[in-house]
Design a protein around this ligand. Sequence first.
Ligand code: AQP
Length: 332
Amino acid sequence: MQRVFSGIQPSGIPTLGNYLGAIRNWVKLQDSHECIFCVVDLHAITVWQEPAALRQQSLEMTAILLACGIDPNKHILFLQSAVRAHAQLAWIFNCVARLGWLNRMTQFKDKAGKDREAASSGLFVYPNLMAADIHAYHATRVPVGDDQRQHLELANDIAQKFNHDYGVDFFPNIEPLIMGPAARVMSLRDGTKKMSKSDPSDQSRINLNDDAETIALKIRRAKTDPLPVPSDVSELAERPEARNLVGIYAALTETDPASVLQAHGGTGFGSFKAALTELLVDQLSPIAAETRRLLEDEASLLQILRSGSERAAAIADPIVAEAERLVGFVGG
Ligand code: AQP
């Protein structure tokens, strides 16, 4: 079985974008792969997080992943900061990756915005930590949204340079698993911007713990244009908000936009939004209800995370110890 590693930041409540672009695929991968799922709190603090909120969001993220169907017994679910190997290998990778490579990362440019000088140095070396997350487990498959593809290429460049510099064949090549029709879900307020859990506008996203009423309101208010739902996919090209809603509908029904337009082309967005709301409520309400139930028992959540980090460390520690030996560290 191929080993999969994937992570999600506890930087807010996961969104419909995280669900359709990542979590739903993770659940499916459990049938065919050995999976290591990580709540990446080290990544989250590359931008400011209130400590109490970070703690709560880490627990909520864990509960939501379990509610979505992640199986912590057959696979591994844990918090990144609880396994030291991630930070240890990331430091070695900080010394392998070249500044020029990091300068080309578009996500840093997007997240740092105009005031690049004020961004944390952690945000700049974020891709090195992501490479360490994967290579610490010798994972070879990583399910990601297409926005993360560039980081995976960098993880492979780092592995190749490490192998070359130390004259070994130690870190394997990683392949991205880009799955499903909605690889990228966009903001409900701006169809050209990714839906993000840290977007300041709550109206821009569907959170996985939103109740039915909130979902209905957000979809009703979602930006569209005055035209009806088109009948042909080509007509979506210049209509980002319409394209996004049709894409979400297609992803939820596991079809493609053409089939959605076949059923809904020519109708007004009012009735299309009502149908979309019904789908969302049907699929997300059970997740929100199960999340609430799991959060009532914090001790059990902590126990699941502890067991996960022990099993993760049992895989990662020997791999990172070997990387350190290859570098020339004497060890303690
Ligand atoms: N809008 C999206 N559409 C499809 N996939 C998405 N992902 C995130 N947003 C979308 C995928 O979710 C996984 C986990 O993401 P992450 O939490 O590690 O970081 P992110 O990509 O930066 O997600 P957010 O929601 O935008 O977080 P913030 O706001 O904190 O930056 C990844 O596989 C990602 O591709």
